[in-house]
Design a protein around this ligand. Structure first.
Ligand code: GAR
Length: 211
């Protein structure tokens, strides 16, 4: 790995379609050269997360930290932070991208990664933080649903908003059909928000693209 590349670690719990979209965009848009960044590892808290197979097929390092094997949330988060820190570069700690990572992180973990911890949530925040977002949007009679990329703060699903997508709710929608349409938009906005974060970091560091 080029020693100056910004390492990105993606955390997943499931299918990993957002992770796959980020990896695809990183390759297509040459993030290595243009943004001096590279997805270096995918970490899952579930051993059978489908996204692990996808990541391995791309030659990306994978790690599994099963949360149930740890005595409590603090100890799990310490192990998670240690796993991520192994990918830090000198002067360049990892950007940590939560992509369907279904664990609430401790304030200590959030503070340690402040400013470089991003999440995607399947609702138009600040509406519908938490779970079952699509059913709740349908029950509330919303005419629009969507997804939000945001910085992670100590409060659940409440950090600064970076990107949002909007999807009309259709008369025949179920939580499943709505989730599918929203997910397709997540694959657009998450890579875009990350690319913007990387470009800002590059500008702050006074760096130019490698080519
Ligand atoms: C996505 O819809 C994501 O927004 C959601 O889980 C799904 C993961 O899909 N995340 C949350 O609900 C976080 N609270 P993926 O594994 O195919 O990317």
């Amino acid at each position: 790995m080029h020693s100056t590349l910004q390492p990105i670690v993606i955390l997943i719990s499931g299918g990993g379609s957002n992770m796959a979209a980020i990896v695809r965009t990183a390759q297509k848009d040459a993030w290595g050269e243009r943004l001096r960044a590279q997805v270096v590892a995918v970490v899952s808290n579930k051993p059978h997360a489908g996204g692990l197979r996808l990541a391995r097929a791309q030659g990306i390092a994978t790690e599994v930290l099963e949360h149930s094997a740890y005595a409590n949330r603090e100890i799990f988060d310490q192990a998670l932070a240690a796993a991520i820190a192994r990918y830090d570069q000198p002067q360049r700690p990892c950007l940590v991208v939560l992509a369907g990572f279904m664990r609430i992180l401790t304030p200590g973990f959030v503070a340690e990664h402040a400013g470089r911890l991003l999440n995607i949530h399947p609702s138009l925040l600040p509406a519908f933080a938490g779970l079952h977002t699509h059913q709740r949007a349908l029950d509330a009679g919303c005419k629009f649903a969507g997804a939000t990329v945001h910085q992670v703060s100590a409060e659940l699903d409440a950090g600064a908003i970076l990107e949002q997508s909007v999807v009309p709710v259709l008369a025949m929608d179920t939580a499943e059909t709505l989730a599918q349409r929203v997910l397709a938009t997540e694959h657009q906005i998450y890579p875009r928000a990350i690319a913007r974060w990387l470009a800002q970091r590059q500008a702050q560091a006074g760096e130019s693209p490698i080519r």
